[in-house]
Design a protein around this ligand. Structure first.
Ligand SMILES: NC(=O)c1ccc[n+]([C@@H]2O[C@H](COP(=O)([O-])OP(=O)(O)OC[C@H]3O[C@@H](n4cnc5c(N)ncnc54)[C@H](O)[C@@H]3O)[C@@H](O)[C@H]2O)c1
Length: 351
């Protein structure tokens, strides 16, 4: 597939590498406002380094990968669908739920694949959680705990990353957007939201530094969620799933799993710990980016299958992108009204 890349910053450079290296893709064009970064991403691939978005879309393409800041996702994404191209778009897909839905509507109208970069789904610890739930080893799934946090504003290099309304909001639109997606990935759907968002630590108007919420699936399974910019211990994310026969925890960083199983009440419990030493060694030698890169490789494999019409995949689709934005808005709305927000079931986008 001939794939173009828009946005060649920190994430775009990793995306470019996956496109250059994959046996079934050709990096055909790159566009970034910063021409040096575009050239760096294209190096050695023969890709056209476009001088404008118009020139980029003049190159014959089958699909585009978009890794620009969120407030400029729309223009590139809508143009791509209007031109009949498949799209893999970074998270969050938009800085409003309405904007996210507009992108989904454009994909549906164009009948093109819409993949979303919720790459944590591919991290081994979080895959393990999903596979354990699906295996039935936990028994009947009762509830989840999902958590994502870091120390907040010192983490950011640009205002678009944290200033609402450019960013969409605060912790829920940043690290939290991955966690609400993982909750939906495990629950199947999030159809009710209740929560509280506060912005009393960093005092960025409209950008919550903490959000505590409860989500429910249509089957009544609950997830307790926190997204925070006041995690003074530093970056960390985890998910835990509890059933009537045990629990599984997936965490990063470092990558790890804990599995506790009890076949029957009163029976002895078994505990299994996974530490992924090769990932920890690789990150120590070559940085966390190696783990992100591996997840982008696996996500690209899935994206190619998504473009061929497969839907039984790990990759997030446009509905996942839309629901994650809706959930973030719902928590803020609930924080004002103190009323549960109900959301319709979206499911999976059609082939
Ligand atoms: N999946 C993940 O784990 C993950 C992690 C970090 C960031 N992201 C997402 O990836 C995207 C990019 O983040 P980043 O950290 O690489 O940011 P970045 O600032 O490093 O890179 C953004 C690039 O986009 C370019 N750009 C800006 N406006 C443009 C426009 N109108 N047209 C073309 N290029 C433009 C900039 O010049 C820059 O090179 C964002 O949507 C962000 O939320 C995803």
């Amino acid at each position: 597939m001939r794939i173009g890349l828009i946005g060649a910053g920190k994430i775009g450079q990793l995306r470019a590498r996956t496109l250059r290296e994959h046996r079934d893709t050709q990096l055909a064009a790159v566009y970034d406002l910063n021409a040096d970064l575009a050239s760096k991403a294209a190096a050695g691939s023969g890709a056209v380094v476009a001088k404008s978005l118009e020139a980029f879309f003049d190159v014959p393409l089958d699909a585009v990968v978009i890794s620009t800041p969120v407030h400029v996702h729309d223009a590139a994404c809508l143009t791509a669908f209007a031109r009949g191209l498949h799209v893999l778009l970074e998270k969050p897909t938009s800085n409003t739920a309405a904007g996210a839905k507009k992108l989904v509507d454009a994909a549906l109208a164009a009948k093109r694949a819409f993949g979303v970069g919720f790459n944590l789904r591919y991290y081994p610890a979080f895959r393990c959680v999903r596979e354990t739930i699906q295996s039935g080893r936990l028994g009947k799934l009762d509830h989840l705990r999902v958590y994502g946090g870091h120390e907040g504003l010192p983490k950011f290099a640009h205002e678009w990353e944290y200033k609402a309304p450019i960013s969409g909001g605060g912790a829920m639109w940043d690290v939290g957007i991955h966690m609400s997606d993982l909750a939906r990935h495990y629950l199947g759907e999030i159809s009710e939201v209740y929560g509280v968002a506060t912005e009393s630590v960093w005092n960025v108007p409209g950008s919550e530094d903490n959000a505590l919420a409860l989500f429910r699936s249509p089957a009544g399974v609950t997830a307790a969620y926190q997204a925070t910019w006041t995690e003074w211990k530093g970056y960390g994310i985890f998910v835990e799933a509890y059933g009537d026969k045990g629990m599984v925890r997936g965490a990063y960083a470092p990558m790890s799993n804990l599995l506790v199983l009890q076949e029957k009440a009163g029976a002895p419990r078994t505990t299994t710990k996974l530490r992924y030493p090769w990932i920890q060694l690789r990150e120590k030698c070559f940085s966390w980016q190696t783990t992100a890169l591996q997840s982008f490789r696996e996500e690209l494999d899935d994206f190619l299958l998504l473009c061929k019409g497969r839907r039984d995949l790990v990759i997030a689709d446009g509905y996942a992108g839309q629901r994650a934005c809706e959930v973030a808005e719902a928590v803020r709305e609930c924080s004002r009204t103190r009323a549960v927000v109900k959301l319709p079931v979206l499911g999976t986008m059609p082939a």
